[in-house]
Design a protein around this ligand. Structure first.
Ligand code: GLN
Length: 487
């Protein structure tokens, strides 16, 4: 493999700015490599070959003119296909969007472009980001680069797989209950879910608005820190983004954990059926201790209700958000004798089975007579989960544990929706509480599949979280540094 494909985005941008390599040559290299990996991986729904080369030339011209080309100058980036890239299709991996084209760039896309990034394509996902394996995509299957018989995780499976396969340096995903962190852990890359409100969701097709957050996948922690710095901050188009300073995340990364208190929920490790995952996470915790951290026991007594709460809240919000796909305003339109039939035919044919399940669940949870019993109650338990974290964070700076109960499973292995929902048992509580959280590659199981360490920090402690992850990444490097089979 060309060594340029294996450096991280921070290094790549530096080399482009220093005119070691042109943005065009780097982009062409990634596109060539992607042509070879894609038949086996299927991470991309669309590759914008000509557009990418054009963008890269503009960066090269800016550099030749002595202009500042940005901190991501010439870095090829992939975007999950539920985030708008102006002029290109946004499919959400659904049939219902038909030939819809995005009329504008999402704020995150605009900010990446302004920082010099090259948008090379749109990545596959579970339909409307509902799923944990990418198998709910109505358009194509994505395979795990470490073993193509296994799933990449979901819902941002394409975004995780392309970064692992070296066919993008950075990608964007969205995380509602674990959709960045789970595929990152299955594909052996860094996956970062920022604190709720830290990054604008303008231009992200809404799934569950009180939970949705956009974040990066990368091959190093410092790349995620860089991408976050570029994307974070106030956006007048998203009222959840506060007027709050964006720290220089990459400049604040530490190489040790001195003075840090790291919380661990012992029961998660002791009761974990998969011992390989439990042992790898325990070793990572020992390494944190070696780096100077103090390990403290914490409890999250209500976290076990996370999945139940999430499937009421997220489905309720989804049922409302997805009502806009009615055959009148966007994409697919099936005919009918009257308006009701048009709706029924369009939504009946356009949505896949998992999306329909969520809409039905959510509509029921919000219906008159049931609202208090389901949505109202779920909101109360959500508060209890948040309070658990508040109490735990009084004793520690971050909480670590497994990102998932297992490594990437075989395609087709989880046919029952409930067993699929259980994949997110460790990631959902942080989403409900609006925390920042990430998955850091921590090791491999005996089959050579990656294992991710879940690290969580209080809302808006993004800088502290990334800093700790950077320190641990450095210490684990020798253990973790491997290339997937397809890369
Ligand atoms: N797997 C969870 C779900 O299916 C989470 C998805 C997500 O974070 N977008 O809803």
């Amino acid at each position: 493999m060309n060594e340029l494909l294996n450096i991280d985005a921070t290094e790549a941008a530096t080399r482009v700015r220093e005119r070691d390599v042109t943005a065009e040559a780097l982009t062409a290299l990634v596109l060539e490599h992607t042509k070879e990996t894609e038949p086996q991986i299927g991470a991309y729904l669309h590759l914008d070959v000509n557009g990418a080369i054009e963008q890269a030339r503009r960066i090269d011209n800016a550099i030749a003119d002595g202009k500042d080309a940005g901190v991501l100058a010439g870095v090829p980036v992939a975007i999950k296909d539920n985030i708008h890239v102006s002029g290109h299709a946004t499919t959400c991996a659904s049939k219902i969007l038909g030939d819809f084209r995005a009329p504008y760039d999402a704020t995150v896309v605009k900010r990446l472009r302004d920082a010099g990034a090259i948008i090379i394509g749109k990545a596959n996902l579970d339909e409307f980001a509902m799923g944990s394996s990418c198998e709910n995509s109505a358009l194509q299957q994505t395979h795990n680069p470490w073993n193509t018989g296994h799933v990449p995780g979901g819902s941002s499976g394409g975004s995780a797989a392309c970064v692992a396969a070296r066919s993008a340096f950075i990608s964007l995903g969205s995380d509602t209950g674990g959709s960045i962190r789970l595929p990152a852990s299955f594909c052996g890359v860094v996956g970062y879910k920022p604190s709720y409100g830290r990054v604008s969701r303008y231009g992200l097709v809404a799934f569950a608005s009180s939970l949705d957050q956009i974040g990066p996948f990368s091959r190093s922690v410092r790349d995620s820190a860089l991408a976050l710095k570029v994307m974070a901050g106030r956006d007048p188009f998203d009222s959840t983004t506060p007027e709050r300073e964006v720290p220089d995340y990459p400049a604040q990364l530490a190489d040790n954990l001195k003075g840090k208190r790291v919380g661990v929920v012992r029961a998660y490790l002791d009761e974990m059926p998969n011992r390989e995952v439990a042992d790898t996470i325990s070793t990572a915790i020992d390494t944190m201790k070696d780096l100077g951290a103090e390990i403290v026991d914490v409890e999250l007594p209500h976290a076990e209700y996370g999945i139940a709460v999430y499937y009421v809240v997220a489905s309720a919000e989804a049922s409302s958000n997805l009502s806009r796909f009615d055959g009148v305003r966007y994409g697919l339109r099936e005919s009918g004798e009257n308006l009701l039939e048009l709706y029924q035919n369009t939504r009946g044919r356009g949505f896949g089975p998992e999306v329909k399940r969520r809409i039905m669940l959510g509509t029921y949870a919000l219906s008159a007579g049931h609202w208090e019993e389901y949505y109202g109650r779920a909101g109360k338990v959500r508060t209890l989960i948040k309070q658990d974290f508040d109490k735990a964070f009084a004793k520690c700076d971050l909480i670590v544990g497994p990102c998932a109960p297992f490594t990437a499973f075989r395609a087709g292995e989880k046919s029952d929706p409930l067993s699929m929902y259980l994949c997110d048992v460790f990631t959902i509580p942080a989403s409900l509480a609006g925390l920042c959280a990430l998955s850091l590659p921590a090791g491999y199981d005996n089959a050579g599949l990656p294992i991710g360490l879940h690290m969580q920090a209080p809302s808006y402690a993004d800088g502290e979280l990334l800093s700790a992850a950077n320190a641990l990444e450095g210490a684990l490097k020798a253990e973790v540094d491997r290339l997937p089979a397809i890369a």
